[in-house]
Design a protein around this ligand. Structure first.
Ligand SMILES: Nc1ncnc2c1ncn2[C@@H]1O[C@H](COP(=O)(O)OP(=O)(O)O)[C@@H](O)[C@H]1O
Ligand SMILES: N[C@@H](CCOP(=O)(O)O)C(=O)O
Length: 293
């Protein structure tokens, strides 16, 4: 059995506007999660982290996992910022579970990892693209993956302030008007079609959302103005990445630097600071980088 393994897990941008809890995009931005077996029999985890302990417990509870829980240490390095709507929690949960799975000889297949990590996250729209890469349509029962062309770029504005996903979910209403649900269905179907056909330029208006962004806009002051500034500067459209605080604008032929600058200027008007990155889609998904026997 290898003693240590490092899993590369891509960041993810979930929802993409109208795809609340069901659409997500893997990004060329990564964390590396390392799991190392420790000496001894007492099953403890270093350092202590509730999220790591919960996902480890879930892994060792699986009937297909024959190993008893063993002591391990873990660490995460990389570029995925925490609590900005770029799926950092999945780089922890999936990174740890996939690391343990590698160390135990892969008793769980990828579909099982998908189901378990989605259960732990509470929604599958980050886990599906993080695990399988590309653009994901994700539900409990089914998932679909579409490769994404490199000509599609995401310009992402990352404010300096955090938004916790658990908190952002409490901002959502119990119910929404039927007309809003109908508009979202139409937009989500259009978005999926644009990704399926590679006609990214046709998705613009479909990035508008009525299920979560209007109810979360107070968490990211200037959200819609930032998106509008990106569009005015040449983006196809934009949206709140995951539950925020990051805002993403998508482009194929636009100048990413001009879009980034316009978004940043709009953020500055709210009194906040932030940085921008330009990324493409990751079409590979999570993978082991190395293992040391
Ligand atoms: N690199 C990391 N190291 C330790 N914990 C992390 C790391 N990245 C994320 N987390 C955990 O995930 C939480 C953020 O999850 P969440 O609010 O869902 O934000 P995100 O949108 O980034 O997934 C953090 O509060 C922390 O518990
Ligand atoms: N559908 C979820 C997505 C959360 O993504 P994250 O990257 O912010 O964790 C939601 O909108 O709550």
């Amino acid at each position: 059995m290898p003693q240590s393994v490092t899993i590369s897990v891509p960041a993810t941008s979930a929802n993409l506007g109208p795809g609340y809890d069901c659409l997500g995009l893997a990004l060329s931005l990564y964390n590396h999660t390392t799991v190392t077996i420790l000496e001894g029999d007492r099953p403890h985890i270093e350092p202590h982290h509730p999220m790591v302990e919960a996902i480890s417990a879930l892994f060792f509870q699986q009937p297909d996992v024959e190993e008893a829980p063993f002591p391990f240490s873990w660490s995460i390095k990389g570029d995925v910022p925490q609590s900005r709507g770029l799926g950092s929690s999945v780089t922890v949960r999936l990174g740890i579970m996939m690391g343990l799975n590698e160390l135990c000889g892969r008793p769980l297949d990828r579909e099982r990892l998908y189901a378990l990590c989605s259960e732990a996250e509470g929604h599958p729209d980050n886990v599906a693209p993080a695990l399988f890469g590309g653009f994901a349509v994700a539900s409990k029962e089914q998932r679909f993956r579409f490769p994404v062309d490199d000509r599609l770029k995401a310009v992402i504005l990352i404010p300096e302030y955090e938004v916790q996903t658990a908190h952002a979910r409490t901002a959502l209403p119990e119910s929404v008007p039927h007309s809003d649900a109908a508009r979202n269905t139409s937009h989500a179907c259009t978005l999926v079609s644009a990704f399926a056909t590679g006609e990214y330029e046709r998705m613009g208006a479909a990035l508008e959302d009525f299920l979560h962004q209007p109810y979360r806009r107070h968490l990211v002051p200037g959200l819609f103005e930032i998106v509008d500034a990106g569009v005015d500067a040449g983006a196809i459209g934009g949206y709140l990445s995951g539950s925020g605080s990051a805002v993403a604008c998508l482009t194929t032929s636009g100048d990413p630097a001009a879009i980034a600058s316009a978004m940043q200027q709009e953020l500055a008007k709210t009194g906040a600071t932030g940085r921008t990155i330009v990324v493409t889609a990751d079409n590979t998904g999570a993978k082991p980088l190395q293992d040391t026997a």
